[in-house]
Design a protein around this ligand. Structure first.
Ligand code: MLT
Length: 269
């Protein structure tokens, strides 16, 4: 597994989990912002970035096991997880399976539901398209869905960096991960069991995991707060990095310095 490990080992640990089909470089600006006050780990999920693919069939459960192995290898007993989209699916499944290993969650542009039949069908079509028409056609067709209108027209550097990450993911990893996503289980039913502070972030223009999906999680997680990024689509950390970083730094500061706050006190930002 390929990972970056920044900041002092003595500081509270935050692990950043990227979305699909991206890699750890999507977190570069967050690593810079967080490393003064945290030990920050950003890693490539199996088959993405520079991490190897391995032999096992891809599943979200396997990705969770990889995360726990990484934590064990780095001797990290407890961490805060920050997951975006698929990274959030992994974070939610990880806290369901190993609640004692996590002290807080940041859930960005993600959801707790399983794929609907329509979503599964779309994934199967995407797999078919990748195999018959190639990765570039898939990337060109899906890239615009990730951003707000402002980002897509006004921040070509961000759009190109995301495109690059997608194009650097192999056909095999794209197809295997799409299949894993199509069969991933829901985690909504276990949200009331989460007893750590949770920050939920979502772009106002997120069309993939929209604000309604974030609100559903906020209602079910007792110690959660919800924040909507006005100018962002699905990739708020890249589209509105200053606002995103301000919110996650504030949250990490609260987690480190304050006793538990109930939802009524923590509220919606
Ligand atoms: C992601 O950004 O990780 C994906 O959009 C998640 C998904 O396709 O469900």
């Amino acid at each position: 597994m390929s990972y970056n490990d920044e900041g002092s080992e003595k500081l509270p640990v935050i692990i950043l989990i990227h979305g699909f089909p991206f890699n750890k470089s999507m977190w570069d600006k967050q690593v810079e912002a967080l490393k003064e006050n945290n030990r920050v780990i950003a890693y490539d999920i199996r088959g993405h970035g520079q991490s190897e693919t391995g032999e096992a069939a891809f599943s979200l459960e396997l990705f969770v096991d990889d995360l726990i192995c990484l934590m064990d290898a780095l001797e990290i007993d407890k961490a805060t997880l920050c997951g975006l989209s698929m990274g959030g699916y992994i974070a939610l499944l990880a806290i369901e399976k190993y609640p004692q290993r996590f002290e807080a969650l940041i859930l960005s542009d993600t959801q707790c539901i399983a794929d609907t039949p329509e979503a599964k069908e779309k994934r199967m079509k995407a797999i078919d398209d990748i195999k018959t028409k190639g990765v570039k056609v898939y990337v060109d067709g899906s890239i615009k869905h990730f951003f707000s209108a402002e980002t897509f027209t006004g921040k070509p550097d961000v759009v190109n960096a995301v495109k690059e990450m997608m194009l650097n993911t192999t056909e095999q990893s794209l197809c295997n991960t799409l299949y894993a996503l199509s069969i991933h289980k829901e985690t909504c039913s276990s949200l009331p069991e989460i007893h750590v502070p949770v920050l939920i972030l979502v772009g106002k223009e997120d069309k993939i995991t929209p604000p309604a999906a974030a609100r559903l999680m906020h209602e079910k997680i007792r110690e959660s707060s919800l924040s909507i990024l006005e100018l962002a689509g699905h990739l708020g950390n890249l589209e509105s990095p200053h606002e995103f970083n301000f919110k996650i730094k504030k949250f990490m500061h609260q987690v480190a310095n304050k006793p538990f706050q109930l939802k009524s006190a923590f509220g919606t930002w």
